[in-house]
Design a protein around this ligand. Structure first.
Ligand code: SF4
Length: 94
């Protein structure tokens, strides 16, 4: 795994092609990846909440969340939502 969340975007599966147009404008550009993909443990909740705070001021939050939902991303914080929150969104009636 790369050091920053933004580097991880580019490393992560096939997502990098679609994200290339906007990902470098992400507020997480210089933030360590471990904040967005914390290991299970006592600090995980705090790291996830810190990641969501970064996302809350991100200008590409909509693009980020849309991509995660479209691709069924099951790990990490994307667009300000953790995997459980994204899973709930997929279960909402349309
Ligand atoms: S919404 Fe969050 S994870 Fe997505 S690019 Fe912005 S800061 Fe990074």
């Amino acid at each position: 795994m790369k050091n920053t969340a933004i580097e991880n975007f580019f490393e992560h599966s096939a997502l990098h092609k679609e994200a290339r147009a906007w990902v470098k404008r992400g507020a997480c550009v210089d933030v360590p990846t471990k904040m967005f993909y914390p290991q299970r443990g006592a600090a995980a909740t705090e790291l996830i909440e810190a990641a969501k705070t970064v996302c809350s001021v991100c200008e590409v939050r909509r693009e980020c969340l849309t991509l995660a939902m479209k691709t069924g991303e099951q790990h990490g914080v994307w667009g300000g939502l953790d995997p459980d929150q994204r899973a709930k969104l997929t279960r909402l009636p349309v």
